[in-house]
Unconditional design. Structure first.
Length: 244
């Protein structure tokens, strides 16, 4: 399962790069997140040999980056400047919380235990809210299906991560092997579901880009002829979800 989960973690990286989403809006944050987790998985499974201390600090750093990177990616779901501003403030506040905790407790498992609890709750709550909103949009307007699937993948992942966190960090379960097996299964399923969402979302992004190009060409034509562009062509925002 370690090998299978490592391969599953690589797939989102592959599709983000192959579909040229690596520089699109907040997808770089998702790319960095999965790359970090993928490399750590390779370390822990022994596919990449490195000193134990290096692997340990990579894992601790990976946990510290988890929430800020995921919050940065969730800005992709923003439908207003106010929501984007609140998300950026949340990222800054959480980074300050992490820095304070590390300064007080040191960079160790105790600090990670304190940090991950509220972090997982925050990301899970946001994913739940975004999943509900995107599902409504998909059902009622038959659009943004990829966004809904991506939100579903993250909701499932972080819901399960919260349970694993309680088992491993809080209750200190002696069944460590079983906990890691659950983690590998969760990572595999959520990564595959995420890939499906990325592929569908890329098609939507391509259509949006084509529509924006058409709108720009129409605007240029009307500018050259000295005529005013129709109000509908000038005001359409093809990348805007309903209910905003």
């Amino acid at each position: 399962m370690g090998f299978i989960s490592s391969f599953a973690l690589f797939l989102p990286i592959f599709f983000i790069l192959a579909l040229r989403l690596g520089g699109y809006k907040s997808f770089p944050a998702l790319l960095i997140y999965y790359f970090s987790v993928f490399v750590y998985n390779l370390f822990t499974e022994g596919y990449i040999q490195a000193p134990a201390e290096f692997v340990r600090y990579w894992g601790l750093s990976n946990n510290l980056l988890d929430v800020p990177l995921m919050l940065a990616f969730l800005i992709y779901y923003s439908t207003s400047a106010a929501f984007t501003r609140r998300m950026k403030i949340s990222i800054l506040a959480f980074v300050l919380f992490e820095a304070t905790t590390v300064l007080v407790r040191g960079l160790n498992v105790d600090a990670i235990t304190i940090i991950m609890g509220p972090g997982l709750l925050l990301v899970f709550s946001l994913c739940l809210s975004l999943f509900i909103r995107q599902t409504k949009i998909t059902i009622l307007h038959r659009k943004a299906t990829g966004k809904a699937i991506i939100a579903a993948a993250l909701l499932f992942a972080y819901g399960c991560y919260a349970i694993i966190y309680l088992m491993y960090y809080v209750f200190r379960t002696p069944h460590v092997a079983d906990t890691f097996l659950v983690y590998f299964l969760v990572v595999t399923f959520s990564s595959l579901l995420l890939c499906a969402g990325i592929i569908i979302e890329r098609k939507r992004v391509q259509k949006l880009n084509e529509l924006k190009t058409t709108r720009k060409e129409l605007s240029d034509i009307y500018t050259e002829t000295g005529k005013a562009a129709p109000a509908r062509a000038a005001m359409l925002d093809f990348d805007r979800d309903p209910w905003n």
